[in-house]
Design a protein around this ligand. Structure first.
Ligand code: AMP
Length: 632
């Protein structure tokens, strides 16, 4: 581990020298004057005074050297569409899109809210937006009107970019209606909605004066050349919302120069991709993994990015390996849930294609259990590397760095602190550093490295309060995850310290789901907990107290009520937030001070010992949970 250790050590003891070298991996229109300004902790400004642009680095700078090489390989097994864009063609489309957005008044610093399915136009819109120096906020297509509206009101976009529909498992997901509904709910609606019509929904209700057809606008700008707007390194590139313990999602704000440098360096040291090769990341552009490794990372590095719309098992469970073979994918990035889904299928599918082009399969987003890691490593005969990060960090915090030194992975461990991160495991209450094999909170001594969130959009105080105040006497960044380090220095993640749950790699706040459930007029009170699930890692489960119990006296009545709650949640949050079950009780287990004992509910739901119940106000609450779970 010597080489890795020395590399990591230098990154945190000689930050200036280390990151100055890494910054050479991107183009600077104007060189930076200072590597790091940390005069206002915990706010870090990287590459101060330098001017750059994400779109230039992802697209324009490759035109001379690899203009005719593939940049974006789009495959949809939902519609059967397959389209490939070279860097030249991507440049063309991004300029057309930028001209359209500029024509509708999008300027530097304005926000563009992108609510799109996995289509190339979503990538054009992201790149076009940053080209203009504007800030995108991509909202995952699985979120429904209420969630979308709260993000609109926080980001206050000038324009929204959307599509008629997405497709999932052969069924359309109607976007336009949701957008209309969200805008109705919003206090700060956008001036314009630009709609890319992929021809799934034919009868669209276009609102005169507000809604515009993308194809028609694009026609006017076929030869457009839109100059790049050079931004100072710390100017924001995007906002991406993530869930926390409160009901209101946080807008994670990312800078421009630091993010570009962090991604470029990670492509070399972590992912080991080479320019001209292809990378296949199976996430969605609505998540941080999609931002960093479907769009910006591979493109900045001169790689082709495979963008996939569809399920891993349709038309059959060999589809991903077929893509790897056809496009000679050298780096793949997926999630443990997807691998667990594949594990349930006939293993013969894995042997159907030649995947020898693959150098590594990376997994992240949720805990990777040992049997799944072992199964996929054996089946693929390719090194499988678990790595750990968060929307906040934008790139990996714990990982192997095979580009620096190849260290054999241990199943169940996402590896080691990545260069740039001064990771410490701290005792939950004393804040002292703990020793090997002891459980502590995973924290980072600031400044956070380039690429990490610069603040919470519009709420600097919330940034400091949420992430940097968990230890009384000093500032440390908390990840809200438990971790442990073994004698060999390998880290293991043991779950969240807060009420955030992780469903198939998607982070959800239990509070958000509780608010959605409470929107049903018959709900008096509700507690949502995350419960272990063999495929998705965790699923939300709700325990609700009803105002009127007359209709739920029978099993049929309870089923009908449960369905009504599902519908209410689908409408507010979208199917991502839907509880696996809603159990009806007449009392929730609470402490004498009125705090719901979520951890005890969770333990019972997972068949574990609920632990210390001495603070419980009325034991009947816990009994009700027990009997609801056992179907009583
Ligand atoms: P998100 O910001 O939605 O990507 O969620 C980040 C959270 O997912 C982390 O705080 C962890 O709780 C969890 N997570 C991400 N990657 C891993 C991993 N490799 N192992 C265990 N948990 C992970």
């Amino acid at each position: 581990m010597e080489t890795y250790r020395a590399f990591h050590q230098r990154s945190v003891t000689d930050r200036e020298g280390f990151w100055r070298e890494q910054a050479a991996a991107i183009d600077w229109h104007r060189p930076f004057e200072q590597v790091l300004d940390y005069s206002q902790p915990p706010f870090a400004r990287w590459f101060v005074g330098g001017n750059t642009n994400l779109c230039h680095n992802a697209v324009d700078r490759h035109l001379q050297t690899r203009g005719d090489q593939n940049a974006l390989i789009y495959i949809s097994t939902e519609t059967g569409q397959q389209t490939t864009y070279t860097f030249n063609q991507l440049h063309r489309e991004v300029n057309r899109c930028a001209a359209v957005l500029q024509g509708q008044g999008l300027e530097r610093g304005d926000r563009l809210l992108i609510y799109m399915p996995m289509v190339p136009e979503a990538v054009f819109a992201m790149l076009a937006c940053v080209r203009l120096g504007a800030i995108h906020s991509v909202v995952f297509g699985g979120f429904a009107a209420h969630s979308l509206a709260s993000r609109i009101d926080d980001a206050r976009p000038k324009i929204m970019f959307t599509a008629d529909a997405g497709m999932r498992a052969g069924k359309p997901v109607h976007y336009k209606g949701l957008v209309d509904e969200a805008i109705k709910l919003s206090a700060h609606p956008p001036q314009k909605v630009i709609l890319f019509n992929r021809g799934i929904d034919v009868d669209l209700d276009m609102i005169a004066g507000r809604d515009l057809d993308y194809a028609a606008l694009r026609e006017h700008h076929l030869d457009a050349e839109v100059p790049v707007i050079w931004l100072e390194s710390s100017e924001p590139s995007y906002i991406l919302y993530t869930s926390g313990t409160t009901g209101t999602p946080k807008g994670v704000q990312r800078d421009t120069g630091g993010y570009a440098v962090a991604l470029a360096a990670s492509m070399q040291h972590i992912y080991c991709g080479k320019p001209g090769e292809s990378m296949f990341t199976t996430s969605d552009i609505g998540w941080v993994v999609g931002h960093s490794y479907i769009v910006y990372g591979p493109l900045i590095h001169g790689m082709a990015s495979v963008m996939y719309e569809g399920l891993p098992i349709r038309p059959d469970p060999a589809i991903w390996w077929k893509i790897v073979e056809e496009h000679k994918v050298s780096v793949m990035f997926s999630s443990p849930t997807a691998i667990r889904v594949l594990k349930k299928q006939d293993p013969a599918y894995l042997a159907k294609h030649d995947v020898s082009s693959l150098r590594y399969l990376f997994l992240a987003g949720e805990p990777l259990d040992e049997p799944t890691a072992r199964w996929i490593s054996d089946a693929l005969k390719v090194p499988v590397l678990d790595h750990y990060w968060q929307t906040e960090t934008g790139w990996a915090l714990l990982s192997s760095v095979p580009g620096v030194e190849v260290i054999p992975p241990k199943f169940g461990s996402p590896g080691f602190p990545v260069y740039g991160y001064d990771v410490r495991l701290l005792h939950e209450s004393t804040g002292e550093e703990i020793g090997a094999n002891e459980k502590g909170v995973v924290t980072v001594v600031p400044p956070l490295p380039p690429g990490c969130m610069s603040t919470v959009w519009g709420q600097d105080d919330r940034f400091v309060q949420t992430y940097f105040t968990s230890v009384a006497d000093r500032m440390v960044y908390t990840t809200f995850d438990w971790g442990i380090r073994d004698d060999d220095g390998y880290y293991f993640i043991l779950g969240r310290t807060d009420d955030v749950i992780n469903v198939a790699g998607h982070r959800l706040g239990t509070r958000e789901i509780e608010e959605a459930v409470s929107a049903h007029s018959n709900i008096a009170e509700v507690a949502v907990v995350g419960v272990k699930d063999a495929i998705k890692g965790q699923v939300p489960m709700a325990f609700a107290v009803l105002k009127d119990t007359a209709k739920t006296a029978t099993a049929a009545g309870r089923a009908a009520m449960e369905k009504e709650v599902f519908d209410v949640v689908d409408k507010a949050l979208g199917p991502v937030g839907r509880p696996s079950r809603v159990h009806f009780v007449t009392l929730l287990p609470k402490t004498r001070s009125g705090k719901v004992l979520r951890r005890s509910i969770q333990a019972i739901a997972e068949g574990r010992d609920p632990g210390d119940l001495t603070t419980l106000d009325d034991p009947a609450g816990i009994e009700q949970v027990r009997s609801a779970i056992s179907g009583g």
